[in-house]
Design a protein around this ligand. Structure first.
Ligand SMILES: Nc1ncnc2c1ncn2[C@@H]1O[C@H](COP(=O)(O)OP(=O)(O)OP(=O)(O)O)[C@@H](O)[C@H]1O
Length: 990
């Protein structure tokens, strides 16, 4: 909880514990302690310490408790500490895990429609994360969701504390950062970094928003520091150097003030020109002031120094360095600005009171600030430089890791103004770049490289955590056993894995916090409304891992530089690219940046083109300083480099796979779309065909009605005529189906339909004539031929209709004829049918057809070609005799064609036989003409089906023989009526 001025709590911290201990151990007065420290400092590097301090387990570092504890008590016990270098750092409980705080981002209007968050808060310290695409989950359309993630669908994660989306900035700062600020004022190092995917709220957490009360961690930290040291600021000329060192400035005022926004236009005209609009803006970070005051030792004087660096593309740049135009030829338009990457160098152990080494950014500007406002302006200046140099210019998303380091120099007022009197502590606040995966963001080119480097540095950070955790577990296990079974700590250390800090610039800079005396706080930002479940589960796993890592591990040392390694690598082991860099001249990397300004609040919108030249760091210098490194096993180092190389290759391969996968998915999707489109077209065409056929039928009917002059007739008569016309239509359709024009029944396009329509004579051709002659038209059942079922034939009468009609016709025949002779005739008919069947059986194998001998024969189709001698009526014996057409629309046409051909063949054969039979009958009739007078009774009439018009003459003669005996159905061109006796006689003859 935040405290107000004068009531600041002072919890027992590591520093305070150590201080108390030092007080009790060394009974000497403060001046003695000072002498001791001075002696220690003047001892040669690595010399034996005169005083050793042993660390005690921490008492209680819970954030809440700490915030509530009285600072006054702490201040009262605070005395100048005797700096003593420990001989060895024992592996004991004087470690604490990295604190991991989870912050949930609220849903904001730019996120689009609200979806249910996939993160549910269970307790103050745990959350449950459930994949929205998990098995069984349904989409809005009730379809099972596709789950591309390899992460567990539901997981529970625990944190030091979980902050709900409604948490205010002030509350968040108090619980997470205030303890670190407390530690800084007490002389402790601290690191706080915000980790999360893009758009999860890292920058909001670190810098703050634009509304009142939304200032973030960084401005609040500066406020609290300056609130607390108010009136205690030092005017000394000493300044901090390297990681732990202090040295006298070149002259008064040289290093006391850093660049400022106030005099930017005179100091940095280039920048002022580019960022004129931005200089006027003020946000909450400058107007919001955190009133919290922490109690400090008022016997000390303090000075605050600030540096701001960014790690971009595995290079470190100073964001507070002066920006100047280059002498080199400028680009076509706009400015050409250069900036030089800064090298990382090992800090000499002599700088550190504890003999700790570490690495620092060589050449990073550290500016002295005397007020919170000045410090905030400097931070803002750094942000502007970040925009100028492009990492914030082309995107709203941070593409670099931003690091603000606040250094505190503290000296007891009673001590002489000399370097040894100063104690340094630092607090680094890091806004990490978004940890999104390139697979999902589809980045290419420079962006891909950026993303690769971001991911690499974060991956290495995770690896460092992993190795540290497993090392610490091994040590803990060995110490946990019975005393006699415990191994020597030195033996254990030999088997501990090397933490790969130097595999990325980010971890190389931060290494000191993990292995040295400092506390680490990690803030995990999550946007639970984001679709990136996969990325967020990686973040959560990282946090879970970090939470298990204890800082202050004693086993690490700074690894040598790659340049040095390359010289020691045995032949035969491939040396990765980075290890060979030292011998190659650095190639500056240039890129173009467009900075947009204005456009808001009525300001003029303008764009400035800036070409940025990024030069590599000076390798020679770093090589010189690397000589301070202790030599390590070159083989191990080479293997590490190889491992790193392979990791990079793996990462690269994964990236390519992701892109290929995305391309393939796209391709498959397009192919499917194409097919579906084709199918749609096909079905639409078939539908059109059906519609046109129906239209044809309707047209034909209307045509028939016109021809028959039905309009204006009485309804009863009209109905009868319409029935007749329908029969006629059926006949016509059957004939079309059966005949050589069968293709026209299945038109493939509207053009076909049109042509078939135009080629076909009116269905009423001849009908009018028959109506005039008062002859009954043939019925549909007489000449209908079964055709395969299907949508194209739906216009034909159903089979049931045919059967019904046939039955009724049979009934009427029976009614007409009646008597025994009828029975006899029927028997004979059956005999004939059998005969016909037998003859057909021998010739046809695939289908059996028989002439409709029991009923009237149909007339032959006039449209049939000369080769088609007959298209007589056939009725299938049973359902099984019908042609079966596969239901698939693809094969329907072929099947129909085959069916038609088969029918045609059968028809031709049957009509040939019948033709022969008819001729026989004709001959017989002629020969018996004299014996059988025209008085033949109707009972003796026989009907046969014949197919051609070739027997017209015989028909003419026969019809003359018994004109009054015509069947009700009426004779027509294709019907021969033969007296029964003649028929029997001829049959017997045969
Ligand atoms: N706690 C919060 N309350 C209100 N708004 C928030 C909060 N956290 C984030 N936002 C808003 O969400 C948006 C994205 O946040 P921010 O820019 O901080 O994300 P980021 O993680 O830093 O993204 P990047 O990594 O791309 O820089 C901003 O508009 C910010 O104002």
């Amino acid at each position: 909880m935040a405290t107000t001025r004068g009531k600041a709590p002072a919890p027992p911290t590591r520093a305070s514990t150590r201080t108390t201990r030092a007080t009790s151990q060394t009974t000497a007065p403060a001046s003695t302690a000072r002498t001791t420290r001075a002696a220690t400092k003047t001892a040669p590097s690595g010399g034996a310490a005169q005083t050793t301090t042993s660390r005690k387990p921490l008492v209680n570092r819970d954030n809440t408790t700490e915030a509530k504890a009285p600072v006054a008590r702490k201040a009262a016990t605070k005395v100048p500490t005797a700096r003593a270098k420990p001989v060895s750092v024992p592996v004991d409980n004087d470690r604490e895990p990295i604190k991991a705080f989870l912050r949930l981002r609220p849903h904001i209007h730019v996120d689009g429609p609200t979806t249910a968050p996939y993160l549910e808060t269970l307790t103050d310290t745990s959350v449950q994360m459930s994949d929205p695409n998990r098995d069984g989950a349904l989409t809005e359309n009730n379809r099972p969701r596709f789950r591309p993630s390899t992460a567990a669908p539901t997981s529970i994660y625990t944190f030091s504390h979980v902050f709900a989306a409604s948490t205010l900035q002030a509350e968040f700062f108090t619980k997470t950062t205030l303890p670190l600020v407390r530690g800084l004022l007490d002389g402790e190092n601290g690191l706080l970094f915000a980790y999360g995917v893009t758009n999860s709220g890292k920058t909001f957490t670190m810098q703050g928003g634009t509304t009142e009360g939304s200032a973030g961690i960084l401005p609040r930290t500066l406020d609290v520091i300056f609130n607390s040291i108010d009136g205690l600021q030092s005017k000394s000329r000493y300044r901090p150097v390297r990681l732990h060192g202090v040295e006298l400035g070149d002259g008064p005022g040289t290093y006391t003030r850093g660049p400022s926004l106030d005099n930017l236009s005179s100091e940095e005209p280039v920048l002022a020109q580019v960022l004129a609009e931005h200089l006027e803006t003020s946000d909450a970070s400058t107007t919001d002031i955190d009133p919290t005051v922490l109690s400090v030792d008022r016997n000390h004087e303090y000075s605050i120094w600030l540096s701001y660096a960014e790690v971009y593309n595995e290079k470190i740049y100073d964001l507070l360095a002066d920006v100047s135009e280059t002498d080199k030829p400028t680009a076509a338009q706009g400015l050409l600005l250069t900036r030089k990457a800064l090298p990382i160098r090992p800090s000499p152990p002599s700088d550190s009171p504890d003999g700790l080494n570490g690495k620092y950014v060589s050449g990073l500007k550290q500016a002295k600030v005397e007020s919170a406002a000045e410090a905030k302006n400097l931070v803002k200046l750094g942000q502007l430089h970040r925009r100028v140099f492009g990492t914030l210019a082309n995107s709203q998303s941070s593409r670099s890791h931003g690091m603000v380091t606040i250094k505190l120099l503290k000296k007891h007022r009673g001590e002489r103004d000399e370097p040894s009197a100063y104690h340094t502590a630092r607090l680094t606040l890091v806004d990490l770049a978004g940890s999104e995966r390139t697979k999902h963001t589809q980045t290419t080119g420079d962006r891909l490289k950026e993303a690769g480097n971001i991911n690499k540095s974060l991956m290495v950070l995770g690896q460092c955590m992993e190795v540290m955790r497993s090392n610490q577990r091994r040590v803990a296990q060995s110490l946990a056993g019975p005393k006699h079974e415990r191994s020597d700590t030195r033996d254990i250390k030999k088997f501990l894995a090397v933490v790969p800090f130097r595999h990325s610039k980010l971890t190389e800079i931060l290494m000191d916090y993990f292995v040295g005396d400092g506390r680490v706080v990690m803030i995990v930002n999550v946007n639970p409304y984001d679709t990136g479940f996969d990325e967020n589960s990686h973040v959560m796993k990282f946090a879970a891992l970090a939470k298990e890592v204890h800082t202050l591990a004693p086993v690490q040392r700074a690894p040598p530089s790659p340049t040095k390694m390359s010289q020691n690598v045995p032949s035969g082991i491939p040396v990765p690219q980075r290890a060979r860099i030292g011998s190659v001249a650095p190639i500056p990397h240039s890129r173009k940046v467009t900075i947009s300004t204005g456009g808001q609040g009525g300001r003029k919108f303008s764009q400035t083109q800036v070409e940025v030249l990024e030069e590599d760091e000076d390798e020679d210098q770093s090589e010189d300083e690397d000589d301070n490194d202790e030599p390590l096993n070159p083989l191990v180092e080479a293997l590490f480099d190889e491992l790193e190389n392979m990791r990079l290759q793996l990462f690269d391969a994964e990236m390519r796979c992701a892109i290929i996968e995305a391309d393939t998915r796209e391709e498959v999707m397009q192919e499917m779309e194409h097919r579906i489109h084709n199918m749609e077209k096909m079905f639409a065409r078939r539908l059109m065909n059906e519609v046109e056929q129906n239209e044809m039928k309707m047209d034909a009917k209307i045509d028939m009605l016109h021809r028959s002059g039905l309009f204006g007739k009485t309804p009863g008569k009209a109905r009868r005529v319409v029935e007749d016309l329908e029969d006629e239509e059926d006949i016509k359709m059957s004939i079309i189906a059966e005949g050589s024009e069968d293709e026209s029944l299945y038109p493939q396009s509207s053009t076909d339909v049109q042509s078939s329509r135009s080629n076909t004579a009116s269905p009423l051709a001849g009908k009018g004539k028959r109506i005039k002659n008062k002859k009954q038209p043939p019925r549909a059942s007489e000449i209908r031929m079964r055709v395969p079922s299907g949508p194209e034939h739906s216009f034909l009468p159903s089979e049931d209709d045919t059967a019904t009609e046939t039955d009724s016709r049979r009934d009427s025949d029976e009614d007409d004829d009646g008597g025994d002779e009828d029975d006899e005739d029927d028997d004979e008919d059956e005999d004939e049918e059998t005969e016909m069947e037998e003859s057909e059986d021998s010739e046809t194998s695939d289908a059996e057809w028989q002439p409709n001998s029991g009923k009237e024969a149909s007339r032959s189709a006039k449209s049939a070609g000369p080769s088609s001698r007959s298209t007589g009526s056939f009725v299938a014996k049973s359902e099984a005799d019908f042609f079966t057409v596969p239901p698939s629309p693809v094969f329907a046409k072929d099947a129909k064609t085959q069916s038609m051909r088969a029918k045609q063949g059968l028809t031709q054969r049957a009509s040939g036989k019948m033709y022969a039979l008819a001729e026989d009958l004709e001959k017989m009739a002629l020969s018996e003409d004299a014996e059988a007078p025209a008085s033949a009774t109707s009972k003796g009439k026989r009907r046969f089906t014949r197919g051609t018009a070739g027997s017209r003459s015989s028909r003419a003669k026969l019809s003359l023989e018994a004109p009054e005996e015509w069947d009700e159905a009426g004779a027509d061109d294709s019907t021969i009526i033969v007296p029964a006796k003649q028929s029997q006689a001829s049959k017997k003859k045969r």
